[in-house]
Design a protein around this ligand. Sequence first.
Ligand code: CAP
Ligand code: MG
Length: 431
Amino acid sequence: MAKIDWYDKFVDFSYKPAKDDIIVLFYFEPPAGMSKKESAGRIASESSTGTWTTLTKLPLRMKGLQATAFHMNGNYLKVAYPKGLWEDGNMAQLLSGIAGNIFGMKGVKNLRLIDATLPLNYIKGFKGPLYGMSGIRKLMGVKKRPLTGAVVKPKIGFSAKEHAQIGYETWMGGFDFVKDDENLTSQKFNRFEERVKIMTKLRDKAEKLTGEKKSAFFNITAETEEMKRRAKIVADAGWDYIMIDVVVTGTSAVQTLRDYCGDLGLAIHAHRAMHASFDRNPKHGMTMQFLAKIMRVIGVNNIHTGTAVGKLVGTKSEVTAIADVLREKKTKAKKNLLLEQDWGNTKTVFPASSGGLHPGLVPDVMKIYGNELVLLVSGGIHGHPKGTRAGAAATMQAIAAVMEGISLKEKAKTGKELREALGKWGHHRPR
Ligand code: CAP
Ligand code: MG
């Protein structure tokens, strides 16, 4: 009988990857009755040039575009993809290969894309961030401490005026940013234009009274042309940031907006709503560190990365791995978590830690991240017994305590707002 399939042609444990190969690290489990090697061949094949059966005609040069499963350690597999497979500057195309059909193959029981090393000559097809962390610090006039922000809470329902008033209180309590929530865009009760208009007035007032720079993450998430229109409104009103829900809008929309916002001088805050649909199951899907990587390559300026201690899932080692991807010039390999990545001239990105935080958890978060982060405390300021402004002040006191190297308890002796916050929440870890 003729040979039906050719998956074995995609496995070669003696293969030495070329310098400009894209290397992908997968966790995989073969289905019952299939060897790991056969399953590995299917992963490399389906994500590059292969199909389920042998073909009658196959030009020889195709060999140069084949992926090769070249390293296997237990259930961890490395696959090398030749540079020629990929279109320059097209992130969606990369994902359609290395994160495409393979997740649904019967030839794997579970499959997880952990990380990929992207060669510099691939990365250079993208713009990368407009500003690095130091550029954002300069923009905001904040030297050492974490940048601070709060989402107006509850998530949605406020009118533009009510929203802006809470934003004003947030700024007056000492915070740098006021953030829209991921599902607030331009609903009937709070139109985008109106929100920007009233926020602009109150920002000017807050800046005048505090002498500090104040900014906001306006959520422009919508159809791509509409996002561009909204970004322009924000820039015309003299702001320097917009926010996009980057998973739901998709890589191509984010790339378009990175170009457009770059011309307007706008930085991008990336919210990751929906990421947990593919990164939560540790055996299947794609990791957050890889999402963070592609977003740095495309060029956002902040992206949500988790807290490890707040209300949402994510362990300390995951959180630090994601931060390494965003903040390092050369990301070092971490066993089964990260591959080495040289970032060349690509600028850095701020991790944004968010979800169930309050002043009592600030030391824990800063222990994990250090000072280089955007700290988002939302319910944890608006729920302060004395209100939003006091909540923001309490958080700033908690940050100051960590930077002075004293305990929150010590700081609370003079920091009334912090004392009140600790009285309500202590060091509670929400779920
Ligand atoms: C946080 C938040 C953020 C999540 C996103 C929320 O509010 O606004 O969207 O933190 O998760 O809607 O839950 P709180 P992540 O500060 O009041 O909890 O950062 O993990 O992507
Ligand atoms: Mg939110």
